[in-house]
Design a protein around this ligand. Structure first.
Ligand SMILES: [Zn+2]
Length: 467
């Protein structure tokens, strides 16, 4: 078996500004690394993947997903954020066993690979016991996905871990000893397929001493922070960056998730401190967090990644996120033009483009995940995280603008071949991994979690129907 692979004659959207978009080119992979991207490469001993007429892109990056919630997928299609906390987090999370976290993480990671997501930031706020952490990591590991395991905190009680007894914040810190154990046991190198981050709550959710503890823990561990901010018009997520600035805790590489209601001052603080944002547009507009303010992030030059957030309420693939932000951010600019009574026959100013959207789903996401040195673009020297999209599919052909084809036409069913670090994890539209055992595990997890309640909620299948 050779360790060279050649993807032949594809339309290659490299997401590398120096290489650009190549209408017909080859991608050479040696071992786990991309070694050349150019037309007419020859590699006699390489395994060849014929891709004439297909579109090759870097693997998508999901910059924020609570992967453990995969076992309760679409249980709450009509929820708003306000109902999610009590009816999802406080209802299901305390019952989660390590087995449930494993099943959710494995199934969610396989879902990612199937959808062309080669890197996942697993925002794991289900650290109810040390075994929960071990099983979360095992699920990621077994799938073969590249990931950032963002170690979080327990979700054993909404009152303890989110809002505190007086709504002024939790008294409880992230478990520093446990975070140190995981850093040593699993993540003593930052070069592995899975690396570590710290998923924290931040000002508004915690007392200042707790915030300081968690931020200093991240610094001690040498890992990036990911934190939900400005995600609602409620007071508790307002002006969190101002609070962090006042505590001197604005760290470079921090991911601010949602950022729906950042003030101009907060955008400037995010930029000046080297922060970035993760938008989950389908969730944000569907559940009422706010708009996904990509236009503001671009104006302030803050890196953007896209994310799926929760499987309880929306699809988790990046095609959905791209189209959601493309439609919603353009919709907002159109509305501004309508409100200003601009001539209806002229284009609204300041519209985002399909090329921007694709870059956020790939290289932008890699910057947000903190691993743009190794993934996010088809750049020689980077890891071979690659997706081949079927250009002949009935919903994709004929292709005129290949970026338009990916952003405005393709979907998960068109993801033909997926490589992670040079390993083929999907070929000819089928994952190489067997799905039988992981599906049984996630269905058993669902059955266990639902058994904790009495009658099903309106709309839910009776437990007997799913057996
Ligand atoms: Zn989230």
């Amino acid at each position: 078996m050779t360790d060279r692979m050649l993807i032949k004659d594809a339309i290659v959207l490299t997401q590398d500004p120096a290489l650009g978009e190549l209408p017909k080119a080859d991608v050479l992979i040696e071992g786990d690394t991309i070694t050349a991207v150019e037309p007419n490469l020859s590699a006699d001993d390489a395994r060849v993947i014929e891709a004439a007429g297909d579109i090759v892109i870097p693997g998508f990056i999901d910059t924020h997903r609570h992967t453990w919630e995969t076992s309760i997928r679409t249980c709450a299609p009509d929820f708003a954020l306000i109902t999610y906390f009590g009816s999802i987090l406080d209802k299901f999370a305390p019952h989660y066993r390590p087995d449930d976290v494993y099943a959710g993480n494995l199934w969610g990671s396989l879902e990612c690979l199937n959808a062309g997501i080669t890197t996942l930031v697993d925002w794991s706020h289900i650290m109810n016991t040390p075994d929960h952490a071990d099983e979360a990591i095992r699920g990621l590991h077994e799938s073969g996905i590249r990931s950032v395991f963002a170690y979080g905190f327990p979700n054993t009680s909404l009152q303890d871990w989110w809002f505190g007894p007086d709504f002024a914040g939790s008294e409880l810190t992230t478990d520093g000893a446990e975070a140190r154990r995981l850093r040593t046991q699993y993540f003593n190198s930052d070069d592995g397929l899975i690396t570590m981050g710290l998923a924290t709550r931040g000002p508004g959710f915690c007392k200042p001493d707790v915030v300081r503890h968690d931020w200093e823990l991240a610094k001690e561990l040498g890992v990036n922070i990911t934190v939900h901010v400005a995600m609602d018009r409620f007071g508790y997520t307002k002006l969190q960056l101002i609070a962090l600035r006042d505590m001197d805790l604005l760290y470079p590489g921090t991911t601010y998730v949602h950022a729906s209601h950042f003030t101009d001052e907060e955008w400037a603080l995010a930029r000046d401190s080297g922060g970035n944002v993760s938008f989950a547009p389908q969730i944000e507009i569907q559940m009422g967090h706010g708009w996904a303010p990509a236009v503001s992030a671009v104006a302030y030059d803050v890196p953007i990644g896209l994310s799926s957030d929760v499987a309880t309420t929306a699809p988790s693939d990046q095609f959905t996120q791209m189209r959601s932000i493309f439609g919603s951010e353009r919709g907002r600019k159109h509305q501004e033009a309508w409100d200003a009574s601009l001539d209806g026959l002229q284009a609204s100013p300041g519209l985002i483009t399909a090329r921007q959207v694709l870059s956020w789903a790939t290289i932008g996401g890699a910057e947000v995940a903190g691993i743009a040195d190794r993934t996010g673009s088809l750049t020689p020297g980077k890891k071979a995280d690659i997706v081949v999209i079927d250009g002949s599919a009935v919903n994709v052909a004929p292709i005129i603008d290949p970026v338009g084809a990916v952003v405005c036409a393709a979907d998960v069913s068109n993801v033909k071949t997926v490589l992670v670090g040079g390993q083929v994890v999907k070929q000819d539209f089928r994952l190489t991994a067997s799905l039988d055992e992981p599906r049984r595990a996630v269905e058993a997890s669902r059955d266990y979690l639902l058994s904790k309640f009495g009658d099903p909620e309106p709309g839910w299948l009776p437990v007997s129907a799913s057996a």
